[in-house]
Design a protein around this ligand. Structure first.
Ligand SMILES: Nc1ncnc2c1ncn2[C@@H]1O[C@H](COP(=O)(O)OP(=O)(O)O)[C@@H](O)[C@H]1O
Ligand SMILES: Nc1ccn([C@@H]2O[C@H](COP(=O)(O)OP(=O)(O)O)[C@@H](O)[C@H]2O)c(=O)n1
Length: 678
């Protein structure tokens, strides 16, 4: 859950995505629709417009060329077009961070009877423009790139263009669109051939605004001088923004996500094909095919496996490669991305940024000149990483951070607004696994004290958001019985942490891992997809698709659990899972190290113990095979988080005290320590 107050995001781990999301309008379509509506005659009402920084720059640019643009509501604009007769802009047009704007508008401006200048921010000023300048000059354009090596700013001297036959040397929808727009103002016919098909929004929108047909013999054809006609348009949600949620939901088992009103243009949805190959479950329902297809996606979480992404496929997923790299890190096995050197000249050098940040999270990665080799499935450590000023890097690592073992920080996240205003809000609602109403109900029950506690404790990952009563103690001392009754009386959630260690033990035994070898266990643990959450006041656990509950008290689990619990990799893995529960509900949590390690700052700590013979007899009566005194000894002697009372715990001997008496005693202590009990 991110802290939205600053230009960095603090991400708490949470390995489940649940809910329904509608992402902001498509960036590519918004840019193009604004530009074409400006060129058209008459009015166009564009709804679903993205109002991120990049598209606001396009609105300002269109206004500078004389279009009248009025916001009718937050995401609908009315554009009064110029019917091709643009005004000369009084000042340089600032394209901000947007490569799309600079490259597309350069195509329009090249054929005008006036001069103009295009400038951009530091990142845009480093992005290559030769790819548009070469063919535009062939068409007769006179453009000076003022930066070194044909970089922006671009000084465009108006001239009369003529059509050309041009085969694009590299797949680029921006170059294609630039030349199509230039072709509108050129004499004769402009014919383009792409090496590989790229996103076809410009072609679809040209048709929408009345230019038909533009495909001829495998070539894209525009005739100079044609008029465009204003037309209303609904802009669907941006698939590239939805991609962050799609990958997160696909990669975290137990997730369930619906993405509504999202653009499903097949030239954009290559990511889905790749995710299916990685083992994802995705259902696509197209609801409209007019101009731009859109509809709903339903995604269910699975354990993904690595894949290879290369060749022609790269052009289809160029914007999604950052989040695909994250998918690779979350998947089992190797993911190889090749033929993607284009990523080095995006908003950042995305290959370098990805490699750097993946390593910070503990993902083994090799950076190649044209790609990455990512070894997925390793446990992730919390990290503090940079966005490199790149919105897609920032959002991709916000998703990866959900799987880390503690709170991570993504620095410099203001750039997210370029494509996804409202990202933090959606992040908050999709990643919190609270049961609706729980928090509110708990606040009502226990008063504003806890609301304050919850807020303050956000600053410290080791601290609970909701209050935690810690019950530690020896085996069969009565922890479960007492904690369950106490939780019932307080209306808190009951939570046994022993079951997490038991579930891990069961899975390791099932996988045939030699648990006496802690290195093998450490390696295996990283591959075990375990998650837990609170549902109906109870702790729920899932290991991949399996519910381990029926096996947790098997004799082999009893016999091995203390050994497994002594292995540091296991404790490291389970610690954040236990801590995150306190962000879901007030807890009575029982175990061995709750007061000492898991929630050392809670003031409510109790340690139960009883005569060993009595405890043995209690277990025998339960009909279980359990060498509990041996377990106690192992638990006491281990180096990490040994069984011992916290220095500030209340120690209770349960040998001759009834459960009811124990609960009453605990309630008295809680009251004395300031808990607000009715
Ligand atoms: N104070 C108590 N007096 C007598 N029996 C108890 C008491 N507390 C628990 N028991 C019984 O002892 C057994 C083990 O208790 P349990 O709560 O499962 O212990 P733990 O969780 O510490 O292993 C259960 O059968 C329970 O009913
Ligand atoms: N917080 C915890 C909880 C359990 N454990 C381990 O998990 C084992 C089983 O815990 P449990 O709570 O289910 O055991 P019982 O007391 O119910 O027999 C313990 O013996 C410990 O080895 C731990 O190390 N730390």
């Amino acid at each position: 859950m991110p802290d939205t107050s600053s230009r960095s995001l603090r991400i708490f781990p949470s390995r489940r995505i649940r809910g329904t999301v509608t992402v902001p309008g498509d960036k590519s379509i918004t840019h193009r629709a604004l530009l074409l509506a400006t060129l058209a005659e008459g009015e166009s009402r564009l709804s679903g417009v993205l109002t991120g920084e990049d598209c606001l720059a396009t609105i300002r640019a269109c206004q500078a060329l004389g279009a009248e643009i009025e916001f009718l509501n937050a995401t609908t604009v009315r554009v009064k077009g110029r019917d091709r007769k643009l005004l000369a802009p009084a000042e340089p047009i600032d394209c901000g961070n947007s490569g799309t704007l600079m490259r597309l508008i350069a195509g329009i401006l090249a054929g005008q009877p006036f001069s103009s200048c295009l400038i951009g921010d530091a990142s845009l000023s480093r992005r290559p423009m030769a790819r548009i300048l070469v063919p535009l000059r062939q068409m007769g354009a006179r453009i000076d790139a003022k930066g070194p090596g044909e970089l922006p700013p671009l000084e465009i001297h108006g001239s009369q263009l003529h059509g050309i036959d041009y085969r694009l040397p590299l797949p680029s929808a921006q170059v294609k669109s630039c030349l199509l727009l230039a072709g509108l103002f050129a004499s004769g016919v402009t014919r383009l051939q792409e090496p590989i098909p790229t996103r076809d929004h410009t072609e679809r929108l040209l048709r929408h605004f009345g230019l038909w047909p533009i495909f001829d013999n495998g070539q894209l054809v525009v005739h100079g001088g044609v008029r465009l006609h204003g037309h209303d348009l609904f802009i669907p949600g941006d698939f590239s923004s939805a991609a962050f949620w799609i990958v997160a939901a696909a990669a975290f088992p137990g997730s369930e996500l619906f993405v509504q009103g999202v653009g499903l243009n097949p030239s954009r949805t290559g990511l889905l094909k790749i995710l299916l190959r990685m083992g994802a479950t995705v259902k696509e329902t197209i609801e409209s095919c007019e101009t731009e297809p859109y509809g709903t996606l339903e995604i269910r979480g699975e354990r993904l496996r690595g894949t290879r992404i290369r060749g022609e496929e790269i052009a289809q997923v160029i914007d999604e490669l950052p989040i695909l790299a994250v998918a690779g890190a979350l998947a089992q096995g190797e993911t190889i991305i090749r033929d993607a050197s284009e990523l080095r000249v995006k908003e950042s050098d995305r290959l370098a940024a990805l490699a750097y940040n993946l390593r910070a999270f503990g993902v083994p990665v090799e950076e190649l000149p044209d790609g990455l080799i990512i070894e997925g499935g390793h446990p992730l450590r919390a990290a503090s990483v940079q966005s490199f000023g790149d919105h897609r890097i920032a959002m991709a690592f916000a998703i990866l951070a959900l799987a880390a073992d503690g709170v991570s920080v993504i620095e410099d996240t203001a750039c997210i607004a370029t494509s996804y205003p409202g990202f933090e809000k959606d992040f908050e609602s999709l990643t919190q696994s609270e049961i609706p109403g729980w928090g509110e109900r708990a606040f009502r029950q226990i008063g504003h004290r806890w609301a304050r506690w919850a807020k303050e404790s956000l600053e410290d990952p080791a601290e609970a958001r909701f209050p935690v009563v810690a019950i530690d103690g020896t085996a069969a001392s009565g922890k479960t019985t007492v904690a369950q009754e106490l939780a019932r009386r307080l209306d808190f959630a009951y939570c046994s942490t022993g079951v997490l260690y038991r579930a891990m033990t069961w899975k390791l035994l099932q996988m045939g891992v030699d648990i006496s070898n802690r290195f093998r266990v450490a390696r295996a643990v990283g591959k075990i997809p375990m998650d837990c959450w609170i549902e109906n006041h109870q702790l729920k656990i899932r290991v991949g698709d399996e519910d381990p509950s029926p096996y947790l008290r098997d004799p082999e689990v009893n016999a091995n659990v203390s050994l497994v619990a002594s292995i540091p990799a296991v404790r490291r893995y389970l610690l954040p899972l236990q801590r995150k529960l306190a962000r879901q509900a007030p807890l009575v949590m029982e175990g061995r190290d709750i007061g000492t390690v898991v929630f050392p700052k809670t003031p409510y700590k109790f340690f139960l113990d009883a005569d060993p013979l009595v405890r043995q007899e209690r277990r025998r009566q339960q009909g279980e095979t359990d060498l509990l005194l041996e377990r106690d000894q192992k638990d006491r002697e281990r180096k990490l988080a040994p069984l011992k009372p916290a220095h500030d715990a209340v120690i209770l001997d349960t040998t001759r005290t009834t459960v009811n008496e124990l609960v009453e005693t605990i309630l008295r202590h809680l009251k004395r320590k300031g808990m607000n009990l009715q």
